[in-house]
Write a protein that binds this ligand. Structure first.
Ligand code: UDX
Length: 440
């Protein structure tokens, strides 16, 4: 099947390469020339395990190409995936829909024949219907353009697996006559034949499925982090507690990892956009709890800064602090709303000499926070540290040897911001190890 994927960021580049991997002929489209040149040359412009291999394999097989030319995209196929960003609007909680609208405005006037646009971006409920109106206005006489919604649930770090073998495929279709289901069944024939649930629903429900899933995940993380605060005040241990409640099948242990909380390009902005949209619809009361979810999450960052100050004798001025991690989570070089970088920045602004190391996210971190000191290696970052903060749980940091690490630093004091280090081993090596939600 022939298709285009418009927008080649994390979502779109992965979707384009993985659709080609499923055997389709795919043209990726973006207005960013540098991104397109890079992808054409077989280089993924961000860190995503497994994606470079899928990209090169399919470029070589001739099933995948990239362009900045919308006219070429219009001629290439009758099925178009829309995967551009919907970032948080400046000065508002709402999602910025400029890029999504621009795709419809630029593409639709160029189309001839019968086309389908399958939206993948995370959008406020009601967007697809609005875009359908816009497309109907812009379509040439005799040309039809159907808008359907096919939300994307991929996680960074597992994007290839999540795209090729998703947990479920959700498709929102309009009430009027629609070809979207037939088209989507052909696009996803492979995962559907392997038993992936394929759920067809109306457009608003499909749009809401995506934001609800992310709001639920954010709530689950903030729930455990809220209980973590109570553990800190009462002498409880959040990791033992999470294990114990996680055995209840109705609860489950996943996403009960207490620590520095959530960040990234999705969860924070999606819960805010969900609240903003509910407000516009007159349903603000329904989601006020998400404000608290957001607040609990942000308080964890403050808590780490506070703990670092306390363990530094009440004053951060001139203290050498090593922050391990800059990415918002391991297996990613994404620093958007990264809790690690937020902590590193706050410590630096409070007067500490902060040395940051991340296996993949250094370049991105430097762009966002150029004033921090970035070490070339983990050893260099740890050199003569007064205190160490583990902020992103990369395997490399989990595997640190407490004895060898102890020989590099000035003071053997570490804050485990992600509750992943083997506490006993670090204590045995003479470290003062502290963690969120635990009294060690
Ligand atoms: C998320 C959703 O999982 C995905 O379905 C959606 O398509 C996009 O948003 P992603 O942002 O890649 O994916 O990251 P995810 O793995 O969900 O982690 C989000 C954040 O939560 C990270 O900062 C992570 O460190 C944090 N987290 C996760 C916790 O703090 N504790 C946990 O137990 C799990």
């Amino acid at each position: 099947m022939r298709m285009t994927v418009i927008g080649t960021g994390y979502l779109g580049a992965t979707h384009a390469a993985c659709m080609a991997e499923l055997g389709h002929d795919v043209l990726g489209v973006d207005v960013d020339t540098a991104k397109i040149e890079s992808l054409k040359a077989g280089t993924v412009p961000f860190y995503e395990p497994g994606l470079p291999e899928v990209l090169t394999r399919n470029l070589e097989a001739g099933r995948l190409d990239f362009t900045t030319d919308y006219a070429e995209a219009a001629r290439f196929a009758n099925v178009h995936f829309l995967g551009v960003g919907t970032p948080q609007k400046r000065g508002s909680y709402a999602a910025d829909m400029t890029y999504v609208r621009a795709v419809v405005q630029d593409l639709v006037p160029l189309l001839e024949g019968d086309h389908i646009i399958l939206g993948k971006s995370t959008v406020p409920v009601g967007t697809a219907a609005e875009l359908q109106e816009l497309a109907d206005e812009l379509a040439r006489p005799g040309t039809t353009v159907e808008i359907a919604w096919n939300p994307e649930f991929l996680r960074e770090g597992y994007a290839v697996k999540d795209t090729i073998t998703p947990d479920r495929i959700v498709l929102g279709v309009r009430k009027e006559e629609s070809r979207a289901e037939e088209v989507a069944r052909e696009v996803y024939a492979t995962p559907i034949s392997q038993g992936t649930p394929f759920l067809v629903m109306d457009l608003p429900t499909a749009e809401l499925v995506k934001v609800s899933a992310n709001a639920f995940l954010a709530t689950k993380i903030s729930f455990i982090n809220a209980v973590s605060e109570v553990c800190e005040s009462s002498g409880g241990d959040i990791t033992a507690l999470a294990d114990a409640i996680g055995f209840d099948e109705r609860i489950g242990r996943k996403f009960l990892g207490a620590g520095l909380g959530f960040g990234g390009g999705c969860l924070p902005k999606d819960i805010r956009a969900f609240m903003a949209r509910a407000g516009e619809l007159g349903a603000d009361d329904a989601l006020t709890f998400l404000r608290e979810v957001d607040a609990v999450n942000m308080r964890r960052r403050d808590r780490v800064v506070h703990l670092t100050r306390k363990l530094s004798g009440g004053n951060l001025l001139g203290k050498r602090v090593t922050v391990l991690g800059a990415a918002f989570k391991p297996n990613s070089d994404d620093v958007r709303d990264s809790p690690a970088l937020s902590v590193a920045g706050s410590l630096s602004l409070a007067g500490a000499a902060v040395s940051v190391y991340d296996p993949e996210a250094m370049d991105n971190a430097r762009k966002v926070f150029p004033t921090l000191d970035y070490a070339e290696t983990v050893e260099e970052a740890l050199d003569e540290a007064d205190i160490v903060v583990l902020a992103t749980e990369w395997q490399q940091f989990r595997d640190l040897d407490p004895v060898a690490t102890g020989e590099l630093v000035n003071n053997k004091v570490i804050i485990d911001g992600r509750n992943v280090l083997p506490v006993q081993a670090w204590q045995d090596a003479g470290w003062n190890i502290q963690a969120l939600g635990r009294n060690l």
